[in-house]
Design a protein. Structure first.
Length: 509
C-alpha cells in the first residue's frame, strides 16, 4: 500500500503540464534519434545531457525516460523496415520484421512492435513498482559462475536455432567472438588484435559492428543484385492489425515482459539477450514455425515486448542499488551524480518525489509512445516506397554518421567498411548475422566472468559449477545440444516399432 500511495503521488508530479511536455519531447526526440542507424538510446541520452542543465532533476529524468523508450522503438522501426537496427536491442526485430516489410506488411510489423513496446513497458513498470526490492536482492546473489553459465546458454541457443545449420551458426558466432577480442585484455592490459593501433585499444564498439553487419552488409548485398532485379518499391498495406494478427500476437505480448524484465534487472543484463530468448521461445511455441524466417509476426511482438520490459528492469538495479546494468543506465547514473543525487537503497527515502515521479512518468511515456507512433506506422512504412538506390545511399550516409559519432575517429569509418564487407560475405555464404552480433556483445563479458570464476576457485574448473543456478543452466545447455540426437533416437525407436508391428501384421495375415 505504501508503494501504491507513493505511485499516486508520483502521478501528481508526472502529470503536471511541464513534466508532460518534457515526456512528450523525450519520446519524440528518442524515436527520431532511434530511427537513425547507430545512434541508440545511450548516445541520445548522453548527447542531450548538456541540454538538461537548466531543468530541475525531476523534469530532466522524465525526459530521459521518454528518450530511452522512444529510442528503443525508433531502433526497431529501421530494423523492421530497412534491416538496419538503430541499436543493438533491435537486432532481433529484423529477423521477422524485415521479411514482413518486404512482403508488404511493414505497417503491421510496426504496429505489432508499437503495441509490444506498450505492453512490455506497462507490465515491466508494474513489476518495477511491485518487485523492485525482491529483484534487487536476487541480483546481489548472482555470482560470476552464474553469469558465465547464462552466457554459454546464449551462445549455444543462438547457434542452434538460427541459420541453415549449426556449423554456420557456430562460424558466425566465432566471427563475433573474434571481433569482441579486439582491444586490451581487461585482466593483464595486453593488446589483442589491435595491429599496433592505439585507437583499437578500446575495442570495436558494438554499435559499429551492428551497423556494419546489418546496414553496410545489406546495402552492399542490394547493390550487388540491383543489376539483376529492377528493385521496385515495396507496397505498403493497411496499418492496423487484423483478427488473425491479434490472435497470434497477444500471447507473445504477455510472454515477452516475463522474459525481459528479470534480465534487465540483473547486472550484465540488458535487452539483447532477452529479446533473443523471447524470439526462441515464440519459435518453439508457435503453430506457424514454417513462417519463421519468412515474416512471422510473433517474432516481432514477443522480442519487442521483452525489450521494453527490460528497460524497466534496468531501473530496478540503478535506483535501488546504484548499479547500472546497461549503457543507458550508466549514462543516467552519471546524470544523477551531476545533480548531486546518489542512487541506492536510501534514494526512495531521500528523493521520493523524484523517484516516484520518474516511475509514474514511465506509464505516461508508454501511452504517449503508443499514441504518437501507431498513427505514424504507415508514414514510417512509406520509407519503403523510396527507390532502392536512393534509400540505401541514405542508409550508408546515416550509418557512417552514426559510426563516426560513436568515437569521433576516422578509423571507425574504416572499421565500419571492413565489418560491412564481412557482413556481405556472410550473406553470400548463408551465415546468419545475429550470432556474430551476440558474440560481440556477450563475448568480452563472458570472458571476464569466466576468469573471475576461475580466480575465485583458484583455477579449479569445478568453480564454474558450484552453484545450483549454474548447474541448472548447464543442464538446459546439455538438453539443447543433445535434443536433435534424442529426437533422432526417438524417431528410430518409433520407426523400429512400426516396422515390427507391420511385420507381425503381415505374418499374422
Amino acid at each position: 500500500m505504501d508503494s501504491l500511495n507513493s505511485l499516486i503521488d508520483g502521478f501528481g508530479t508526472a502529470l503536471t503540464p511541464m513534466n508532460l511536455l518534457w515526456a512528450a519531447i523525450g519520446v519524440l526526440l528518442g524515436t527520431a534519434i532511434g530511427v537513425l542507424p547507430g545512434i541508440g538510446p545511450a548516445m541520445a541520452v548522453a548527447l542531450l545531457l548538456p541540454v538538461t542543465y537548466g531543468l530541475d532533476p525531476t523534469g530532466a529524468f522524465i525526459m530521459f525516460a521518454g528518450i530511452y523508450y522512444g529510442a528503443m522503438f525508433g531502433g526497431s522501426t529501421t530494423s523492421i523496415l530497412l534491416n538496419t537496427p538503430g541499436e543493438s536491442a533491435a537486432v532481433v526485430a529484423a529477423i521477422e520484421g524485415n521479411p514482413m516489410a518486404k512482403s508488404g506488411r511493414g505497417a503491421q510489423a510496426l504496429a505489432a512492435a508499437a503495441i509490444g513496446h506498450f505492453a512490455g513497458g506497462m507490465i515491466g513498470t508494474i513489476l518495477l513498482v511491485v518487485l523492485a526490492p525482491t529483484v534487487a536482492s536476487l541480483a546481489i546473489g548472482i555470482g560470476a559462475p552464474d553469469y558465465f553459465a547464462i552466457m554459454v546458454l546464449a551462445f549455444i541457443a543462438v547457434t542452434s536455432v538460427l541459420g541453415a545449420s549449426r556449423i554456420r551458426g557456430i562460424a558466425s558466432l566465432l566471427i563475433g567472438l573474434t571481433i569482441g577480442l579486439v582491444g586490451l585484455d581487461q585482466m593483464t592490459g595486453q593488446q589483442r588484435l589491435t595491429f599496433g593501433s592505439l585507437q583499437l585499444a578500446d575495442g570495436v564498439d558494438v554499435v559499429i559492428v551492428a551497423v556494419g553487419l546489418f546496414a553496410i552488409g545489406e546495402a552492399l548485398w542490394v547493390a550487388a543484385h540491383l543489376r539483376r532485379s529492377t528493385g521496385k518499391p515495396i507496397p505498403v498495406s493497411r496499418p492496423w492489425l487484423g483478427r488473425t494478427d491479434l490472435k497470434r500476437t497477444w500471447k507473445p505480448w504477455l510472454r515477452g515482459p516475463v522474459i525481459g524484465f528479470p534480465f534487465g534487472a540483473i547486472p550484465a543484463g540488458g535487452a539483447e539477450f532477452p529479446t533473443f530468448l523471447s524470439y526462441v521461445t515464440e519459435k518453439r511455441l508457435s503453430r506457424h514455425r514454417d513462417q519463421f524466417g519468412k515474416g512471422a509476426i510473433e517474432g516481432v511482438a514477443g522480442p519487442e515486448a521483452a525489450a521494453s520490459a527490460s528497460a524497466a528492469g534496468t531501473l530496478v538495479s540503478m535506483l535501488t542499488l546504484g548499479l547500472p546494468t546497461t549503457a543507458v543506465a550508466a549514462v543516467m547514473l552519471a546524470a544523477f551524480q551531476q545533480y548531486g543525487i546518489q542512487p541506492g537503497p536510501l534514494l526512495f527515502e531521500r528523493e521520493p518525489e523524484l523517484v516516484w515521479g520518474l516511475i509514474a512518468s514511465l506509464f505516461v511515456g508508454m501511452v504517449l509512445l503508443l499514441a504518437l507512433n501507431l498513427p505514424l506506422a504507415p508514414v514510417w512504412a512509406k520509407l519503403l516506397r523510396i527507390p532502392r538506390p536512393y534509400l540505401y545511399a541514405g542508409i550508408l550516409f546515416f550509418a557512417a554518421v552514426g559510426a563516426y559519432a560513436v568515437g569521433g575517429e576516422s578509423l571507425d569509418l574504416v572499421i565500419l567498411l571492413v565489418i560491412g564487407l564481412i557482413g556481405f560475405g556472410m550473406r553470400r555464404y548463408g551465415l546468419p548475422v545475429l550470432p556474430a552480433v551476440i558474440g560481440v556483445i556477450l563475448g568480452p563479458a563472458a570472458e571476464q566472468q569466466l576468469r573471475r570464476a576461475l580466480q575465485i576457485s583458484d583455477g579449479s574448473v569445478t568453480g564454474l559449477v558450484n552453484t545450483p543456478f549454474s548447474v541448472t543452466v548447464y543442464v538446459i545447455v546439455v538438453l539443447i545440444v543433445a535434443w536433435p540426437l534424442i529426437g533422432r533416437l526417438i524417431g528410430r525407436v518409433r520407426g523400429g516399432r512400426n516396422a515390427a508391428e507391420k511385420s507381425r501384421t503381415v505374418s499374422g495375415g
